[in-house]
Design a protein around this ligand. Structure first.
Ligand code: G6P
Length: 607
């Protein structure tokens, strides 16, 4: 979703801003723009389309600047167009924005009544006009910003310039992420650390309501009441933010193949021979969850699917009631009074607005113990939670989540094992799961080797309009994840159904043009899913099966993909890999933009 990078430096800042935009591309965007100081004035260059085109337009050989703000826009209000691209200006004021100003219609009406004319369809433009009006009334740039943000409702991270205050950049954070990057004789703001990792490793994670005032030799952070606050500067490992493809064709491919290593990193130092190490969720966690009677999980997208798998684990191994909700739905229900609840939020980015606001809602309306399962340290969701377990997948750039999912499941398995220990579940069961978890990277490695098989299936899918994924029990969320991967990157309609629901509707769709991918486990669901597959085959549907058993007689025209067999509770993690690669190769055959699928964003920072 929208990305911000800006700053001021003694050196030419334009290449830094453009590289920052490139590094924010993964978030998803449809247009981009830069405002920069040149010869005492501020110039704007904007573009619908890719950052590379913007870079050409900017003419980096000729143009130089020491101060600027830049933006990648993911359209919310107003179509993707050069006009609606940020920065937006009102005379002397230039603004880039990530988020949504919820009261923009009301503000727009007031400004129109005062004679202000709007030139874009965006919600952002009101901000530029408001600040400009205050500066015209004689207020300083800083005061005008403070007075403006008092009027704004909604989520916003802002980068702002004033032509009449040409040494200063102001950054504002309220419910949309913004970091302050500190360098030598240069200071920056950005939506995330990755945007600035080539130029600094020193970051301040701004809190909601904070305003950062920066010139090239100084930064000041103030709270919403305009008082200076002390902030902590974190040193991050910039090497972790490499955006190198390392020989792969796409980030998605690289990230799929990184999964065995990512799982290893995820369990590294967290397991003994027989179970989880104590304290991996932070001091006090195990004591806090001793007498929980409920688990509530909130997540979105792929992370929601990992939550649904944990739900099964919780019921089967812990006997603790677990409920899973979408971030976008949870906070709009009447909170049910429950006994002691562990609230788990799962998020790759740690910035998903719906998940974050659900977490805040849960804390306001109840008294849960909050745990974040997250891939980004110091992200908003981690900071808002009592406890955090980092998934340690390393940065995930491809919009379609892969290694983040597999490491979320790994981390959730560590949660399961820890709760099993704390709640006194059988040591032998804990030992068995621990052993299988340690072996998971080896099984993933093996599964990744069958690329020819996945390509063959993809060849049969890429010209189709629609596909159906079937799973039962633990494998239904995996079927949903497989369908999500395929639709995200190949734009082929893909739906997932529990096998038993086939006869309640989707069977009507089956014909020779509707491929079906069915997950065939080696558990109590085997016979029933086998019958479901037969129902499809009887209607000339082509079925591809994935599972740990050998070739079965049921698949007539499709084929069977055999994956390594492990404990039933972990086998779903292995079975997602073929579906990730089938989706990837299908998208390649179709020629879609695998890493940046149309209309989607990696980090969804608006509700
Ligand atoms: C977006 C991404 C998905 C991701 C979802 C939730 O839709 O494209 O890949 O699963 O957001 O994101 P989170 O960062 O909270 O896991």
């Amino acid at each position: 979703m929208c990305g911000i990078v800006g700053g001021t430096s003694e050196r030419n800042i334009l290449p830094i801003l453009v590289e920052g935009l490139r590094r924010l591309e993964y978030r998803g965007y449809d247009s981009a723009g830069v405002a920069f100081k040149k010869n005492g004035t501020i110039s704007i260059t904007k573009n619908k389309g890719r950052v590379e085109q913007l870079a050409k337009k900017l003419n980096l050989k000729e143009n130089q600047s020491n101060l600027g703000i830049a933006h990648t826009r993911w359209a919310t209000h107003g179509i993707p167009s050069e006009k609606n691209a940020h920065p937006h200006a009102s005379k002397n004021i230039f603004v880039v924005h990530n988020g949504i100003i919820e009261n923009h219609n009301e503000l727009k009406a007031q400004l129109k009544a005062e004679g202000i004319r709007f030139s874009t369809q965006t919600d952002t433009e009101v901000i530029a006009h408001l600040i400009k009006i205050y500066t015209e009334k004689g207020q300083s740039f800083e005061k005008a910003v403070f007075n403006t943000i008092k009027k704004l409702k909604g989520a916003y991270a802002l980068g702002i310039l004033d032509k009449n205050d040409p040494e200063q950049v102001i950054g504002v954070r309220n419910q949309s992420p913004l970091v302050l990057g500190k360098g030598f004789q240069e200071n920056f703001i950005a939506s995330d650390v990755m945007a600035l990792s080539p130029v600094t490793n020193k970051f301040v994670y701004l809190d909601d309501g904070q305003v950062a005032l920066l010139n090239h030799h100084k930064t000041v952070v103030k709270n919403a009441s305009n008082q200076t606050v002390r902030v902590k500067t974190h040193e991050v490992d910039s090497n972790a933010y490499t955006t190198d493809l390392q020989g792969h064709n796409h980030f998605m491919e690289k990230e799929i193949f990184e999964q065995p290593a990512a799982v290893k990193d995820s369990i590294e130092g967290r397991l003994t021979k027989n179970e989880t190490q104590e304290g991996i969720f932070g001091a006090g966690f195990e004591n806090a969850v001793k007498d929980i009677t409920n688990i509530q999980i909130v997540a979105c997208g792929t992370s929601f699917h990992s939550a649904r798998i944990f739900e099964f684990w919780s019921h089967k191994f812990l006997g603790i009631n677990c409920r899973v909700d979408y971030g976008s739905e949870y906070q709009y229900q009447e909170p049910v009074k429950t006994d002691k609840t562990l609230l788990v939020t799962i998020s790759q980015s740690g910035e998903t607005a719906d998940t974050l606001s659900s977490l805040k809602f849960a804390k306001k309306t109840g008294n849960p113990i909050s745990l974040a399962i997250c891939n980004v340290a110091n992200s908003s969701i981690c900071r808002e939670s009592d406890f955090t377990l980092l998934t340690n997948a390393g940065p995930e750039i491809g919009v379609a989540s892969t290694k983040a999912f597999v490491t979320q499941l790994t981390a959730l398995n560590l949660l399961l094992l820890t709760l099993m220990r704390v709640h006194g579940c059988l040591p032998s069961a804990r030992k068995r799961i621990t052993k299988a978890l340690n072996e998971l990277p080896k099984h993933l490695e093996k599964t990744l080797k069958q690329t020819d098989v996945y390509k063959k299936v993809a060849k049969q899918l890429f010209k189709k309009n629609s596909t159906l994924f079937l799973g039962r029990g633990l494998y239904f969320p995996i079927a949903r994840e497989g369908a999500l991967k395929l639709k995200e990157i190949s734009y082929i309609h893909a739906e997932a159904y529990p096998g038993g629901e086939l006869k309640h509707g989707p069977l009507a769709l089956i014909d020779k043009d509707m491929p079906v991918i069915a997950l065939v486990p080696d558990n109590e669901h085997l016979d029933k899913i086998t019958s479901n597959i037969a129902e499809v085959a009887a209607r000339k549907g082509k079925v591809f099966t994935i599972g740990p058993l050998g070739k079965t007689k049921i698949t007539k025209e499709g084929g069977h993909i055999k994956i390594p067999k492990t404990l039933d509770l972990l086998n779903p993690i292995i079975s997602v890999v073929p579906m990730q690669l089938i989706a990837y190769y299908t998208a390649l055959f179709k020629g879609t933009d695998v890493d940046k699928p149309r209309n989607l964003a990696k980090s969804v920072t608006v509700e």
